[in-house]
Ligand binder design. Structure first.
Ligand code: HEM
Length: 473
């Protein structure tokens, strides 16, 4: 067997490719996840009629209106999170990554299925069933990623840790079955993910999806949402802890909105959905973290099964070639960004920062102009003359920032992730300043423990001290 693979780090060509209507998921790679997630799903399936039907059905769950409605619940979970770093005082070391992963699980369970997962609470209660649910959900993603690194792992049943991994995957699937039963038995909130999934129809039969089709969609939602959001929150708190000047600006912003806790204001007003756009500097900091540490740093693996593709009017990619657009590389390479290695939230205070700057790129300017003026082999469909926006109102300008992917297969849950990250960061920072624990070995140690498989991760989590701010009770 022989594969050809093209890796595209040029953002203009990458955008053209990802927005193309002829490229599809590289199923050979994504199908690896199907046995663990119980079958093909939104994340792993072909860009076909079935995917389109499910995506169209469930996407409204993540609309702005729903986010506004769900915000109160998101804040409830972030407020519950505050209690844990408080325990044991400033000397205690907390695995912040583990806490944030648990919070993510609780938020997705509540938002998508109106189900309390009690991932955080189980730390206190020690409830065996809940603890097992958390361990198996977190452990399953770890196990799946281990199998990507070590492809023969699943056969190595003589190894104790492989047998433990199989056990976790089994329990993860049992949790998903429980969620499916829960949503079918109850009355899911109208417009929620559970409600919309129950109403989705199979385009082949015109009938509602059967259990075997809904199961992998539920599993994929947890698989795609927990680690990505949890680890982003972790890198956010870590980078802020390394940049006191950034922390001071975030605190000033919270204070200006009367959200900071101070000795004079020990109980500030609650954070509201209307505050989100006003937290511009915090949002800029999150964007910068997503630039430097994109959770799905590996990016997108695509293929055009039937059409040859021509990029920028002259780069010919034969049908069947694997095309890899690595997000981490594009977002960190120096020809794309001034001070690419520097953590500079300020860059996001200027509008349009996410767009590529063709003048700075290595390929001749004319190549990009050609792309802007003509569509080739059906592979562009964007950037071609006329208006500046596509039919969905999105700008046609090529991008250099893809943390949530780009094109039709972008992240369906990104609005939840964004809202949840702002709420979590604002709430935690109201209460604490975070300091990296000595055992992490400083930034060098953190860098060494970072690993990239499907999703960015940290060898042993992120150990930090949470030091209460003056005024916190
Ligand atoms: C910071 C947080 C997140 C990041 C950076 C992120 C990033 C991404 C990326 C890059 C993809 C494309 C993956 C690929 O094609 O290989 C994706 C797809 C997806 N994400 Fe997210 N994600 C985040 C949070 C979430 C959340 C909270 C959910 C849901 C609760 C979610 C659900 C999904 C789903 C279902 C897909 C597949 C969409 C499709 O192909 O139609 N993600 N995400």
């Amino acid at each position: 067997m022989c594969f050809h693979c093209v890796i595209i780090t040029d953002p203009v060509l990458g955008t053209q490719l990802l927005r193309s209507k002829v490229v599809d998921k590289m199923r050979f790679v994504y199908s690896f996840l199907d046995p663990f997630l119980g079958g093909t799903n939104l994340l792993t399936g072909h860009t076909d009629e079935h995917w389109k039907a499910v995506r169209k059905s469930v996407a409204p769950a993540f609309s702005a209106g729903n986010m506004r409605g769900a915000f109160e619940h998101v804040v409830e979970h972030t407020m519950a999170l505050v209690d844990y770093p408080k325990e044991g005082g400033p000397k205690k070391v907390h695995n912040i990554d583990n806490l944030l992963l648990r919070e993510s699980m609780d938020v997705i369970g509540q938002f998508g299925f109106q189900k309390e997962m009690n991932a955080l609470r189980s730390l206190r209660t020690g409830n065996a069933a809940e603890t097992e649910a958390v361990t198996s959900l977190l452990g399953s993603t770890h196990e799946i990623e281990s199998r990507i690194q070590e492809v023969y792992r699943w056969y190595r049943l003589w190894k104790a840790d492989v047998r433990v991994g199989w056990g976790m995957l089994g329990r993860f699937q049992a949790i998903v079955r429980g969620l499916l039963a829960h949503m079918k038995a109850g009355q899911p909130e109208p417009g929620s993910f559970a409600d919309l999934l129950l109403k989705a129809k199979d385009p082949k039969t015109g009938k509602r999806l059967c259990d075997d089709q809904m199961f992998p969609e539920i599993a994929a939602l947890f698989f795609a949402g927990i680690d990505t959001t949890g680890h982003t929150g972790t890198f956010l708190l870590y980078t802020i802890s390394q940049h006191p000047e950034v922390e001071a600006k975030i605190m000033a912003e919270l204070d200006s909105l009367e959200l900071a806790i101070t000795p004079q204001r020990p109980s500030p007003r609650p954070l509201t959905y209307a505050d989100l756009p006003k937290l511009a500097y915090l949002q800029a900091t999150i964007k910068e973290v997503l630039r430097m540490y994109p959770p799905v740093g590996i990016g997108q693996l695509s293929v055009s099964y039937s059409h040859d593709i021509t990029l920028a009017g002259r780069l010919h990619i034969p049908a069947g070639t694997i095309i890899w657009v690595p997000h981490h590389a594009i977002q960190n390479v120096s020809f794309n960004w001034d001070d690419a290695n520097k953590f500079k939230p300020e860059r996001w205070l200027t509008t349009g920062t996410e767009y590529a700057v063709p003048e700075k790129l290595p390929l001749p300017r004319k190549w990009y102009n050609d792309w802007e003026s003509a569509a080739t082999n059906g592979a562009t469909g964007n950037g071609a003359g006329g208006t500046d926006v596509d039919e969905s109102g999105n700008s046609k300008r090529p991008k250099r920032y893809f943390p949530f992917a780009e094109g039709p297969r972008n992240c369906v849950g990104q609005s939840l992730a964004k809202v949840s990250l702002v709420a979590t960061a604002a709430t935690l920072m109201q209460h604490f300043t975070f300091k990296l624990a000595d055992e992490m070995g400083g930034p060098e140690g953190v860098r060494k423990s970072e690993h990239y498989t499907l999703v960015i991760g940290l060898g042993n989590g992120m150990s930090m001290h949470a030091i209460p701010r003056p005024g916190v009770m």
